[in-house]
Design a protein around this ligand. Structure first.
Ligand code: NDP
Length: 339
């Protein structure tokens, strides 16, 4: 069995931030990224935890990536908030914009935020969970690099294009789902390659368009959308919302900008926040939560079901109580990045 290294929650943050600082990231960029990576590691979202630190550092091979960018709130006049990430990384831009988006949604009932010009290598659930903690419904969308063939095609065009959704719950952590529109996240294929494991059927095709279970062939070929044409349409929608709508890059354009082929997606992220109480006739506001809970109870009464995000919350409880274990190999890889 591979050996592992036990880390406290503070140690995850320190390890991530030290590696980033030593490779040219500013205090604010490195702290926001480390907080984001820490959240993913604590929730056992391994493909976006400490595993991502070398990718953040590698992304700097792109001439445009700016490890000390200071994002700016550039337009905030109506119900749409605009943040210019200045070619830095998404977590710090989100930390600037989310409180403003939440205030706008409370004021107008519905608001949106366009994050422009960022490198985005992160999971999307932290931002929608943050909106739900403010009693708002949250949606987030981002395109990535051209990794996924459209339904019927064999060449990468779409990104793995995740979308996330959050529903606030009284007295409980929000219901959240966050899923790629591909059959798997790219990080999952990279983790399989690193572990020398084959990937499940239906995740990818090789460069000739043949189905493959070999993660290295999959990374050279194309990933597949989940659910055939249905996932393909969701990937298309994400391209339109996070690309054309907000004047930012499509996944294939991000790939063209990825001059060293490091796989670091750049472009925009689009978020929507809704104030639930603005959506019903006055007297129905009280029943929104109880009706949702009734649905969750019905769902959970079926054996074998669970709510999306319940796995993460259970992992979070475990990590907060005991710390986390990461593969020794990963610990050494990140430690080696600290000069
Ligand atoms: P998964 O398929 O692992 O999970 C997707 C969602 O489904 C999660 O919310 C998960 O909840 C939920 N879920 C899983 N199993 C069940 C079940 N049996 N019943 C109910 N709900 C379930 O995620 P993906 O591989 O699609 O994506 C992984 C991550 O990669 C995402 O966080 C995404 O944002 C990120 N990503 C980021 C990209 C970027 O460019 N920035 C690109 C592509 C992906 P739970 O978490 O509780 O298991």
């Amino acid at each position: 069995m591979d050996s592992s290294r036990h880390l406290s929650l503070q140690a995850i943050f320190d390890l991530a931030q030290k590696a980033l600082l030593s490779n040219g990231f500013s205090d604010s960029q490195s702290a926001a990224i480390a907080r984001n990576v820490c959240k993913a590691q604590i929730d056992e979202c391994h493909s976006h935890g400490l595993f991502r630190i070398p990718f953040y550092i590698n992304a700097l091979k792109n001439e445009s990536a700016n490890p000390s960018a200071v994002p700016e709130l550039v337009k905030n006049d109506k119900s749409i908030v605009h943040i210019d990430g200045k070619n830095g990384f998404c977590p710090v831009a989100l930390e600037l914009g989310l409180p403003v988006l939440a205030e706008k949604a409370k004021e107008f009932g519905i608001a949106a935020m366009a994050i422009h010009n960022v490198y985005n290598i992160a999971a999307l659930w932290p931002e929608v969970e943050r909106l739900a903690e403010d009693q708002l419904i949250g949606f987030a969308f981002t395109a990535s690099n051209a990794f996924v063939a459209p339904a019927g095609g064999i060449s990468p065009l779409y990104g793995t294009n995740p979308m996330a959704f959050a529903w606030p719950r009284s007295g409980k952590p929000p219901l959240v789902f966050d899923q790629a529109s591909s059959a798997s996240a790219r990080g999952e294929i990279q983790l399989h390659a690193r572990a020398g494991q084959s990937i499940p059927d239906g995740w990818a095709i090789d460069a000739q368009g043949n189905p493959t279970n070999n993660p290295d062939e999959a990374l050279k070929g194309a990933q597949l959308p989940f659910g055939g044409h249905k996932g393909s349409s969701i990937a298309l929608m994400v391209e339109l919302l996070a690309g054309a709508l907000i004047g930012d890059l499509f996944s294939y354009e991000s790939s063209q900008k990825d001059t060293h082929g490091v796989g670091a997606p750049s472009g925009g992220e689009f978020l929507i926040a809704i104030n639930p109480t603005a959506c019903v006739l006055g007297e129905q506001a009280d029943s929104q939560q109880s009706r949702a809970e009734m649905l969750f109870e019905k769902l959970l009464s079926q054996p074998g079901t669970r709510l999306p995000s319940s796995r993460r919350y259970e992992a979070r409880k475990r990590s907060e109580a005991n710390g986390v274990d990461i593969p020794e190999k990963l610990f050494e890889e990140i430690t080696a990045l600290i000069q």
